[in-house]
Each structure stands twice: as C-alpha cells, then as structure tokens.
Design a protein around this ligand. Structure first.
Ligand SMILES: [Zn+2]
Length: 678
C-alpha cells in the first residue's frame, strides 16, 4: 500500500462554552479515523482550532467585564484540557483569532474581489441604542407576526414554527439591554454564490465527495433555484477581523471560521518545516472534513465556493454525522443528560466513551443514542469480559518464562484473526466503526472458549506441564494483542498497556498479522475496570445540579430569560427582609387535591409539635411520594390564606415559571427543621 497524505479536520468548537458529550461524538470519531490512518503508516494530520469571533463572544466578554482575548484564551485552555482527557490528539490546535488566519482571510477576500463575486447592498437591521450594537436575530425578542405568541426570537417562532426577519417582530425588545431597538440601515458586503452555481452543482452531485443523502438534500433544497447572496460582513462593533478594503466592516464569523482550517495547518507547517502549498494546493493530498449535520450548508456550498475561488484544494470528502441523543431524547439539563466532558471524566473512564461511540457510529447521518444501561452492559461484557479478561487470566503464568520462542499450533485461531484484518480496516476507512467493533468482538468470542478449554489455571498446578502452560498463554496473549491492534484507533491507552505488558509497542496495523514470540511478559497491571452503575448515577446527578451559568445558551447571549420575565425587585433594607420568617421544615405528609389542577396539600413539621399545612401549586412538578421526608424552606409567618380547598398557613419556597417547571429549594445536609434562614 502506498503512503497517502491526508489532512483531516473536525469542525471548530465555538469559544463560548465548554465541550460536552454531544461535541465529543465528532472529535472522538475524527480522532479514531486519524489514528487508524496513522497506524496504517499514512501521513495524516489532524487539524482543528477554536472558533472565536462574533457577537456572542463580544457580548459575553462585555458582560464579564474582560477582553475578548482573555475570554477566548481561557476557553481554549478548557477545550484542550477536555480533548486531552479523552485522548483526542490534534497535530495542531489553533485559533481563528490568529495572525495566520487574518492573512489568509485577506487572501481569500482578494481572490473573491478579483473574481467579481462581491457586491455591496444596504441592509436594514435592528440596532440597540443602549448597548450600541446591531442585534443578531437571537438577541431580539418580540411577538410573532404570524400567531402573536409572545417572547419569540428574531428568526423563528417556537410556537407556530414561522420563519421571519427580526424586523417583522411586533414590539421587539433587545435581550441585551431591554431597550426598544431602532431600525438602521447599513452597507453590507455580499458574496454572489449564484455565480458559482454550475461548479457547485457539479462538485456536490458527482458522487465522490458527499454521502448520497447529503447530495440529494442539497439538490432538493438549494440547487434547484438560484443560490442566495451570502452576507459576509457585519458593521462595527464586532469581534473579528476588519475587512481591509471596507473600513468599519468586519468579516462575519462564518467567513473566517473555515479559513481557520488553513490557518491552523499553516502553523503546523511552520513548526515542522513543511510547505503550506504542498498541503493545501496539491493534488496529492486528501482533505477530509468531519462535521455535524447542522452545518451542511456552510461546508458543502459556501466553503467549496470559497476554496475554488481562492485556488485551494477542494475537500476530498465531507463526512457528516448525526447528533447525540440521550435515552432517545435531546440532551436536557433538567434530566442531567446535558453532560460536560469534564463531568464525565471525573466519574468514568474516557476510554469507555470512545468504545461506546465507536460501537454505534456508522457511515450515515443517523443520530447516535446514548443509553447508559447499554453503555454499562457493553463495556462490561465486551471490553472487560471478552478482551481484557484474556490478558488478565493468562499473563501472570508467563510472567517469568515470557512468551514461547516459536508460536504454537493454535488450530488456526491467529491466522483467522489476521485474515479478518482487511475487512476491519475497510470498515474503519469507510467510517463504519460499528462494523469494525462487531468484527473485532467476533474474534474475541472465538478466543475466549480457547482459554476456557485449555484451563491455564489448572495447568499451572502441575510443574510437569510448564511448557504446555507457556504455549497456551502465548496463544491467548497473542490473540489478545491482535484484538488490541484492531482496537488501537479507539483505545490508544489499551494499546499502550498491551505494548508495556508484552515488551513491544503496538505501532503498526500489520502487527495484527504476525504473532509475537520470545518476548518477556511484564507483571500484569489492571487495564480497564468494570463500569460501576453508581458512578454513572453520580455523573448524571452532578450534571443536574451543576450547570454553570455559562453553559446556558441563553446566558451566553444576554441577560437570562428568567430576569427578563421577572425583573429584579426594588432594593429593600435588611429590616424589610427580616420581617419574613423563613424556616427549615420537613415534609411529613403530602397529598393530592383531586379537584385542583395544580395543588398539593402538604403538612410540614418545624420540629417538635409545630406543624403547618400549606397548599402548594407544584402538582405537575412533583408527586406526593417524592416529597415526604425531604427538607424544604417555608415562609412561616405569612398571614393564613383561605383557599377553596382549605386554609394555607405559609408558603413553600420554589422557583420557576410554573406547571412542570417548578423547582423546590433544597437544604444542605445537617440543617434541622425549625432553623431560621438568614
Ligand atoms: Zn408564531
């Protein structure tokens, strides 16, 4: 096989939030593919960067009273920490806010101007006079012009699904300042993508670069009519690069983000004495972009158009994957399924996630569902039960003798495993990792019965059979090592541990083809431990409680919707505050009020004989049996209130807009009923 040169990218993560399990589907998948190519001896580089520009970063930096540069530097550190915890190894990790990127953006721009692709047009946009900035669609809220639903964003309506322009909203309000936006007209720069229509039609439909369903989607949705001009500029203030020949205007973040692939490659070339054009302007290099299905339009229409006009290599393949769901649903903070990479890594072995994702990833765009019961079963059965078990049961018997000098007769087991190598490699190459994992586990299923039948632990009791024992263990450990080679792109740590155990590092795919003999065997160190269900539960629990404010997309884009819905009350004195007597109380009974849609009747104890019965509007959020025994906070000196169903003597403290979204305040361990809250 001749050595290929392959440049691989994953989409650039945005610098306003940390990495979560949804992101990792892409970075792990790409890392596996890159490691496979490297293992096969190809020259393959994995290029990525932080995507740093745009309004969201500018606004967040402003809210946190620091510079954008400080913010994005901190995020980049956090991203790199998370990636490294999951063994995701980039050859270069750059930033779109780099000198290289600024220069390359200018180069792209010049060629687009020269190709007569750029035109200027006035655009009316909402402007926030208090914040002093134009408002992107997600920074405006108002009444839907179609169905009159309140509190809808400037691009589409949550209630009726209508798409519209922010300027069509009734009574628009800036989410940044609460001010009423003004309509202002500004000059914007556009790229006339339609001029590249013929080229894009040919490139997307030739069957080589895209999955068939993606090519069909583009044809049916965009290419059957003239392509719209693409607005690539934003007026100041904007965090990004100012357009050299259009002072006061900045390239829109989506213009400079993909150019970041080249800028990051440029940094790698400079560090390694490589020629940049030899990687981005060479027919000998394959370029593979891994992306999610949400950014298809940018990567399959704008991006090839930009590359074409600037004379760079076009992508060999754009490999598009689906989203992560958890338990068949979208990740949700309220359910603890919006799990940060960092939280996961605190409780569970990152190798498990790599294997689990690999076992579920195919070459198509299907969503990948994370099911934690399946996750636990799969890791324990496959990795621990079938793979690592081979090594842990046999290696100690040959710790002193080492592997046999010649490979014994194993009835064709190793040869059959070696023969499967080509098929497993083909599955990796296709991105059909689930097939690669299945084929590998089939080999493990053949290896284990061999060990069970040969019973090395029984042989070990008879010194006269030492030679036989050594042979049995040599076979088992070679079958194990063969599996470790096939799994090496997914489980690099296991490959490393296998190399340490058997005295020879795993460096090439074709090491699966020849058994290892005559090497010493090191003392066995544990490789992978079983998944403990308690750790999974802890991780989910922690994800429920600790959603930092910066995780919330709403927080990142302006003041929280909660504050907008209910603005802060007027200042009060400590004496005013002290008038309300807040107490810890324990729920001793809770029952449904059958005729009330929202109410539960709850009796709480303040310790001793002091009790209160209150009616609380939390029926849709809590079942009575979830409440009995727990501590709550109550306003204990509210005047009793007569209600239709009885008298309520106090109020249980909770937050949230109502119905199922009500959240009772919790009390830390150690608090006692009756204690006052100060
Ligand atoms: Zn609507």
């Amino acid at each position: 096989m001749s050595q290929r040169r392959i440049l691989v990218t994953a989409a650039l993560p945005y610098a306003n939030g940390p990495i979560h399990l949804g992101h990792l589907v892409e970075y792990i998948q790409t890392d596996i593919w890159v490691r496979f190519q490297k293992l096969c001896g190809h020259r393959c580089i994995y290029i990525c960067a932080d995507d740093t520009h745009g309004t969201a970063i500018m606004i967040r930096a402003r809210q946190e009273s620091r510079s954008e540069e400080r913010l994005i530097a901190e995020m980049q550190d956090a991203h790199l920490r998370d990636f490294s915890a999951f063994d995701i190894e980039f050859d270069n990790y750059g930033s779109t806010n780099s000198r290289e990127n600024r220069e390359l953006c200018a180069e792209f721009w010049r060629s687009m101007r020269a190709g007569d692709l750029v035109l200027e047009r006035d655009v009316s946009q909402l402007f926030d006079p208090e914040a002093g900035t134009f408002l992107a669609d997600r920074f405006v809220k108002g009444i839907c012009p179609k169905c009159n639903a309140r509190n809808q964003y400037g691009d589409n309506c949550d209630k009726c699904g209508a798409a519209y322009r922010a300027t069509d909203l009734i009574d628009p309000v800036s989410t940044l300042s609460g001010a009423k936006p003004e309509l202002r007209s500004e000059r914007h720069l556009f790229v006339q993508l339609e001029k590249l229509h013929g080229f894009l039609e040919q490139w997307t439909q030739c069957g080589k670069h895209l999955q068939p369903e993606v090519a069909n989607y583009l044809k049916g949705h965009f290419l059957h009519e003239p392509l719209r001009d693409w607005d690539v500029s934003r007026p100041a203030p904007y965090f990004g690069f100012e357009i050299p020949d259009s002072p006061g205007n900045y390239w829109y973040v989506w213009f400079d983000a993909p150019i970041g692939y080249l800028a990051s490659t440029k940094q790698w070339c400079d560090r390694h004495g490589e020629d940049f054009d030899d990687w981005w302007r060479s027919d000998d290099v394959e370029v593979h972009h891994f992306i999610g299905k949400d950014i298809i339009y940018f990567h399959t229409l704008f991006w090839p158009g930009m590359l074409k006009s600037a004379g760079f290599s076009l992508p060999t393949k754009v490999r598009i994957h689906g989203f992560l769901t958890v338990g068949g649903e979208k990740m949700a903070k309220t359910k603890g399924t919006f799990i940060m990479a960092e939280t996961y890594a605190r409780h569970l072995d990152p190798s498990f996630l790599r294997y689990y994702y690999a076992s579920k990833l195919g070459p198509r765009l299907d969503d990948l569902d994370m099911n934690f019961d399946e996750f636990t079963a799969k890791i324990n059965a496959d990795l621990v039960g079938k793979v690592v078990n081979l090594a842990s049961r046999c290696s100690r018997f040959v710790h002193t003798a080492g592997l046999s000098a010649t490979y014994p007769d194993d009835g064709g087991l190793f040869a059959r495993g070696a023969a499967a190598g080509a098929e497993i490699a083909a599955a990796y190459e296709e991105g059909d990792f689930s097939r690669a994992m299945r084929l590998t586990m089939e080999l493990a299923d053949r290896a284990n019965p061999f060990v069970e039948a040969a019973e090395p632990w029984a042989l070990a009791r008879d010194p006269a059979r030492a030679r036989e024992l050594q042979d049995v263990c040599t076979i088992a450990l070679n079958l194990f090592r063969q599996l470790a080679v096939y799994l090496a792109p997914v489980l690099p740590r296991l490959a490393k541990q296998t190399g340490d155990l058997l005295g020879k590092p795993i460096e090439r795919w074709d090491e699966s083809q020849r058994p290892l003999t005559g090497t010493p065997v090191a003392a066995f160190k544990h490789m992978l431990q079983r998944v403990n269900e308690k750790d999974v539960a802890k991780m989910i629990d922690e994800s429920k409680e600790n959603v930092p404010a910066s995780q919330s997309a709403d927080a990142a884009q302006g003041p929280s919707p909660a504050l907008l819905a209910e603005p802060l009350a007027a200042e009060c004195s400590i004496d005013d505050f002290a008038k309300v007597d807040l107490r810890i109380a324990r729920v001793i009974s809770a029952e449904d009020v059958p005729d009330a849609r929202k109410l539960l009747k709850i009796t709480v104890s303040l310790g001793g004989n002091e009790q209160r019965t209150v009616f609380a509007g939390i029926k849709q959020a809590y079942r009575p049996d979830q409440l009995v025994g727990r501590l709550v906070v109550i306003a204990a000196n509210l005047a009793p209130r007569k209600m239709k169903f009885g008298t309520s003597a106090g109020m249980i403290l909770a937050s949230g807009p109502g119905d199922e979204n009500v959240f009772l305040l919790s009390v830390d361990e150690g608090a006692e009923p009756g204690q006052r809250v100060h």
